[in-house]
Write a protein that binds this ligand. Structure first.
Ligand code: GAL
Length: 435
């Protein structure tokens, strides 16, 4: 049985995002590369602004950025903040718009890029300046964990300032709903599908999902659960074998999970899907911990009693991590302000302002845990000893071309539900896109 659980915000948000994307693309389409220099001249009265590009607009996303903007504007009246956001979770719209801007040589002063393979793509394409001098000036070299620094380095140079660490493999639930359905929090795969089935029998959505990237996000957690962190890491090396029984088991598990999801997923944002849990309409939702900010701040739910969490079954002790980091694009219109912005982002003040609101832990090692709410206190502890698995959906393990090939494979699979074909498409993606 499938439930529709449609949220009122879903379709509207979808159309708004589409309109924003089309508007942005149309604007770019009428600006041929040759006229860029002219249009930059025309924009010169605002040349003192600091333009920052991200996709943090929606619930759970914007509060952290807004708090940073307030501090920035107070300290830098000479370079007012220009918030260039493009709505759409996981950068599903923003990344395409950014690619167009970079190709047209119209970069912002700084943009959001995930640490790891995604960032390396921008570096290798020659779109970023190295920021070694900023690390030196603001004494940032030792404040971030070494394994994170590795993900933002290329040929010995540094290319971004990480603001946070997010965790992707979280199973969110509403304790009152589980109680009503007579379901216990599952820790094994078998217990999970049994719980989902029970939820459906109680007339609830078992597992709420949203637009396609949220289902890719779900797949990544199922694969990490099935292969373990080292099996997962091995898949992203050049020449890796995707044609294994373990990968097949993971894909079959993913296939089976989708039987317990809502049928209107395509029109729902990640917030819509998480809200189904908060509203008591769905038992579970797998989402990154930006959902903590959304539940706590936007929906005003109390941690533990109003919403609760555990690792996705089979991934306890594994931190499926990602990091939002900010860059200095080549040709940034206001490099002086951009460099000050990056220095500020690396500061304790910025990280301890942004992260308690965003639902992430700071990238810096010296955060003040007292400033963090219940979920984040837990995450700070887990981060200390968990094994690491890099996120696929959020840019750590695969370059953009590989990620796009995985997206296409999932898009087809969501229509056909053919596990064999999904595995062959993933085998081909690994063979042709690994770098
Ligand atoms: C991720 C990003 C997070 C959060 C999420 C949902 O890719 O790293 O900060 O914004 O998307 O949009």
């Amino acid at each position: 049985m499938q439930h529709s659980g449609r949220s009122r915000r879903g379709p509207r948000a979808h159309w708004v995002r589409l309109a924003v994307l089309l508007g942005a693309l149309a604007a770019l389409a009428v600006v041929p590369a040759t006229s860029v220099a002219k249009s930059q001249k025309a924009a010169s009265p605002q040349a003192n602004e600091l333009s920052v590009f991200s996709w943090w607009t929606g619930g759970g996303e914007a509060h952290g950025l807004e708090a940073l903007i307030k501090i920035w504007n107070k300290n830098h009246p000479e370079a007012p903040f220009k918030n260039e956001t493009v709505a759409g979770g996981a950068g599903s719209n923003a990344k395409a718009v950014l690619a167009q801007r970079l190709a047209a040589h119209k970069p912002p002063d700084s943009f959001q890029g995930h640490a790891g393979a995604e960032l390396q793509d921008y570096i290798k394409a020659g779109q970023l300046d190295n920021i070694d001098a900023i690390y030196k000036q603001y004494k940032l070299s030792k404040v971030f964990p070494a394994q994170l620094i590795n993900q933002i380095k290329y040929k010995g140079h540094l290319y971004s300032v990480p603001v946070n660490i997010h965790r992707a493999n979280i199973l969110w639930y509403n304790p009152a709903t589980l109680k009503k359905a007579g379901v216990k929090v599952p820790t094994t795969w078998g217990a999970f599908t049994a719980a989902l089935s029970k939820c459906q029998d109680a007339g609830l959505i078992g597992l709420s999902v949203g637009e396609q990237w949220t289902q890719k996000h779900l797949l990544e957690t199922v694969m990490i659960s099935t292969l373990g962190p080292s099996g997962w890491a091995a898949l992203w090396k050049k020449g890796a074998n995707w044609n294994t029984a373990k990968v097949k088991t993971a894909l079959q598990r993913y296939h089976d999970l989708l039987d317990y999801t809502n049928s209107d997923s395509a029109s729902l944002t990640w917030q819509d899907a998480s809200k189904l849990v908060a509203d008591g309409k769905a038992c579970f939702n797998v989402m990154g911990d930006w959902a903590d900010g959304y539940f706590r701040i936007d929906l005003k739910k109390k941690p533990v009693s109003g919403y609760n969490w555990t690792a996705v079954p089979g991934t306890n002790g594994v931190y499926d991590w990602l990091s939002d980091s900010f860059t200095l694009p080549k040709g940034a219109p206001n490099p002086t302000a951009a460099k000050q912005w990056l220095g500020f982002l690396g500061s304790k003040q910025a990280q301890d302002t942004f992260n308690p609101l965003k639902g992430s832990i700071p990238a810096r090692k010296d955060a003040n845990p007292k400033l963090y709410d219940t979920y984040l206190k837990w995450a700070l502890q887990q981060w200390k000893h968990d094994k690491l698995a890099g996120s696929l959906t959020h840019g750590v393990v695969a370059n953009n071309a590989w990620n796009t090939a995985v997206d296409s494979a999932i898009g087809i699979f969501l229509g056909t539900k053919d596990v064999g074909k999904l595995q062959s498409a993933l085998v081909t993606a690994a063979k042709t896109k690994a770098s």
